[in-house]
Design a protein around this ligand. Structure first.
Ligand code: GLC
Length: 488
């Protein structure tokens, strides 16, 4: 006991850096299924460049994490985690990567699963365990942060614990919490009988956590966190409206004084057409000649005619409804009746997978569908295509439009969430893409046709491509905005 105390005070004296710990369920390059992983793989790295900051990320040690990384992780400690009446083993592994301290919580019962990392019958228990084990790791290793930055429902529970169960502990009480909503659709809503029996929440916090007769972890975090943020300024406004908030609009409105919208950045070193090894040929904004090779080779591998003057329109997306695929479904055959090539890469709901596969069989040589989540192929498509279509019904931020831009592929987007904040309508001399406002298939088709028309005007297209490629989507300024938020 005495030994631990001496260690702690020494720590406190030497550490003048501001300490920030991120909690999340995925982070690139270790484990990635969506945009959250990109953010947790790049924002901490950007912040870590600031020598006054000490940046850590805590993640579950999924069995799906590649052995190439796992073999480098160092075992630090283990302890038992109490979840209501359960007592479960937690091991802690450590790895420093790109200036960021990564901690991995090990428990094979929860994290050694086949296939995906979500969608199991016991997800509530798996992430309650992770949330609690993360806080216990902080205590055990004496790495209390100034800021605890939690992301989405999987770590919402940590906010509820810090402000509830752990609040009597002064070291936890001093922590400022920030909760970032990456998508309000997924709230972590569970049967009320989990309230005490699984989460071990206390009765006095019930008004914050209960929603429509269920435990709602996202609601709990929105109510209890010190700072609330989401991933674009437009989405911060949208989630106060029923159309976007999936029931939580009133909860967001009553917490709006602590709500901020900060647009995500992307890792511009990772997504760089000048160095990207997945590309058939590298190129830059000043010399686009390699992009023509990327296009020709892409056409070749997808069995599309190798023609330079036909526009390739690409969709790279999870195949789920909020990505606006119903609009695409309504006009795709009309679009394919023109001189275009359409490429779709993604995985998701069976109805979309079947539809796009069917259409590409019917329109062979004009439409290619690949049902997969494939990083390498996605980069070949980003670089080889001309137009990138992203007509989301709702889009908290969206990263694909920024990645496409980086590769000189011009985005066509609906004016929602982060799409609205990152892509401005082309009006000759201005703008970095094509946009439409209403969720309407023919409005979308109209702007796709505007993009096609511009594509055939080589001078205008080259100017536009240049502007698109040089738009700054890096974390540079955006990370500073988080820093301001941490210090309000
Ligand atoms: C979620 C959102 C997406 C956002 C990403 C990263 O996946 O749906 O719009 O870009 O999180 O914040």
């Amino acid at each position: 006991m005495a030994k631990t105390k001496t260690k702690k005070s020494a720590n406190e004296k030497t550490s003048t850096k501001q300490k920030i710990i991120f909690l999340g369920s995925e982070a690139a390059p270790f484990i990635a299924t969506g945009g959250l992983a990109d953010v947790l793989g790049s924002l901490p790295k950007e912040l870590a460049k600031n020598k006054n900051l000490d940046i850590s990320v805590i993640l579950p040690l999924y069995s799906n994490i590649d052995d190439e990384f796992r073999s480098k992780f160092k075992f630090l400690t283990n302890f038992d985690v109490v979840l209501s009446w359960r007592m479960q083993y937690a091991g802690v592994f450590y790895y420093e990567y790109q200036g960021v301290k990564f901690y991995f919580i090990d428990n094979e019962y929860y994290f050694k699963r086949e296939g995906n990392i979500y969608g199991f019958f016991d997800d509530a228990e798996r992430f309650a365990f992770f949330s609690k084990a993360s806080l216990d790791t902080i205590a055990r290793l004496n790495i209390y942060p100034d800021i605890l930055h939690c992301n989405d429902w999987q770590t919402a529970c940590s906010i509820i614990y810090v402000k509830g169960m752990y609040f009597s502990d002064e070291k936890f009480r001093k922590i400022k919490t920030i909760f970032t909503i990456h998508n309000i659709e997924y709230q972590g809503s569970f049967d009320m009988n989990t309230f005490e029996d699984l989460f071990g929440f206390s009765e006095e916090n019930k008004p914050f956590i209960e929603f429509n007769g269920c435990v709602n972890l996202m609601k709990g975090a929105i109510e209890m966190t010190d700072i609330l943020s989401t991933v674009s300024p437009t989405y911060a406004k949208e989630i106060k409206q029923p159309f976007y908030a999936h029931g939580l609009e009133n909860i967001v409105v009553r917490n709006e004084q602590k709500l901020h919208g900060i647009l995500n950045g992307i890792d511009v070193d990772y997504y760089n057409p000048e160095t990207d090894k997945c590309l058939f040929e590298n190129y830059s904004a000043t010399d686009l000649s390699g992009k023509a090779t990327c296009k020709a080779e892409l056409q070749k591998i997808l069995s599309l005619p190798q023609r330079e003057n036909v526009p390739i329109i690409a969709i790279i997306s999870r195949l789920v409804s909020h990505k606006g695929l119903d609009l695409v479904r309504q006009i795709l055959e009309t679009l394919l009746s023109q001189d275009v090539q359409v490429v779709i890469l993604g995985k998701g709901e069976a109805s979309y997978e079947n539809y796009f596969t069917h259409i590409s069989h019917t329109y062979q040589g004009k439409c290619a569908t690949i049902i997969a989540y494939n990083q390498d192929l996605s980069r070949k498509i980003y670089s080889g295509a001309d137009i990138f279509l992203m007509p989301s019904k709702s889009e908290p931020c969206g990263l694909a439009q920024m990645i496409a831009s980086r590769y000189g592929t011009v985005p066509v987007v609906r004016e929602t969430g982060g799409l609205n904040d990152s892509i401005k309508a082309y009006t000759g001399g201005l703008g970095n893409g094509f946009t439409f406002a209403d969720y309407n298939a023919h409005d979308m088709l109209y702007v796709v046709n505007e993009a096609i028309k511009t594509f055939h005007d080589k001078k205008a297209w080259n100017d536009l491509q240049n502007r698109v490629m040089t738009t700054d989507f890096s974390w540079n300024n955006q990370a500073d905005k988080y820093l301001e938020l941490y210090n309000i």
